[in-house]
Design a protein around this ligand. Sequence first.
Ligand code: PMP
Length: 369
Amino acid sequence: MTNAASAGGCLRCRLGKKSARDQTTEEDDAVSMMKSDIRKTGKFYHDQLSDTIGDTPLVRLRNIPREHGVEATILLKLEYFNPTGSVKDRMAVYVLKEAIRKGELKPGGTIIEATSGNTGAAVAMFAAANGYKAVLTIPDKMSAEKVDTLRAYGAEVHICPTAVPPDSPESYYETARRILESTPGAYMLGQYHNLDNIKAHYMTTGPELYEQTEGGRFDVFVAGIGTGGTMSGTAKYLKEKRPEIEVVAVDVEGSVYYQYFKEKTVGEGRPYLVEGIGDDMLCPTVDFSVIDAMYQVNDEQSFRMARDLARKEGILAGGSGGSALHAALEHGRKLTADKTVIVIVPDNGTKYISKMYSDAWMAEKGFLK
Ligand code: PMP
C-alpha cells in the first residue's frame, strides 16, 4: 500500500502530518493518534473506532435559507458523522488520551463523568474498546434513547434530577463527584472545567475547518454553547488564523450565558428542554473573549427548526442543531449573498425520536400549532 499522506489530497492525512502547527509536541502526538490515517500505517482498516473521529462533512442548505429571506450561503458541519453520533467524540477521546499519556487514567481504571448524554456515549465507547469501566451521571430530562445507549455500551448510569441547583447533593455534577471520591483510582474527565476540552477543539475542529475551507474562506462561524468547548477552541483557532471571521454563539432560553454576555451578571437558570446547550452556571470552558455576538433561542424555535431541517433538507439533527440554525438564519438575514456562514450541527436526531420528532410529544409541550 502506498503512503497516500505524501500526496496531500486527503484532509485526514494532512492533519495527521502535524501541519496544523509546525511543532512536534506531545499534544500533537495526541491529535495524530486521533487522526491516524489507515494509509499512513499501511493498513486498510482502523485499529479502533475512535480513530475515525473527525473529518466531518460541510453540507450546503438548499431550501431553508431562501424561505427565511437569507441570501448568504449556509453550510452545516455535520458532527453526527462522528462514531457515536456527536461532536463530543472529539473532546472525550482527546481528553482521555491526554489523561492516559499523563498517567492520570491507569489501565483498567474507572472513568467517571457528568454528561447530557453525548460525552457519555463517547466515554462509554472508548472505555468499552480499551478495557476501562465507565460510570456516568445524567439529568433526568435527557432522552430515553440517550440513557439506553449508554447502557448498551456497558456503562453504569446514574439518573439524577434536573430541577435542582448545580451545587445540590442530588445534581448530576455532585453525584459524579461523590462517586469519584468513593472509587479508588477513578478518573473524572470533567468537561465543565477541564481546559483540555477547549484544547481538543483548538487542536482538531479548528484546524480541520480551516483546511476544509481552503484557509478559512468563510465569514461567520455559528455554534451553540454547552460546556463551550466546541465554540471556544474552534473559534480561538479560527480567530488566530483569520481574525475577520465573525463568531456567533448560541444560547437557549433558561440558561445563564446570554445574560452574562450582555450584562456581565449571572442570573438564575430556569429548566428548558433543549439538550446539550446552555447551563445554569458559568463554566470556565466558555471563552467569552472570542465571541462577537450571541443569540438566545427558545425550546419551540429550536425543535421546530430541527424538524424543518429533516423535512426540507433531509438532515436529521438534534435540538441544539435546530437552535444553532435558528440563530444562524436570524443573523444571516443581515448578510449579503456573497457571505458564507458555517453552523455546527452537534448531534444526530435519532437520539430524540421519542421527543422532538414525536408529534404527540411536541403537542403535549404545546409546540405544535
Ligand atoms: N449540542 C449537544 C446535543 C451536546 O450534547 C453538546 C455538548 N454538551 C453541545 C451541543 C455543546 O457542545 P459544547 O459542550 O462543546 O459546548
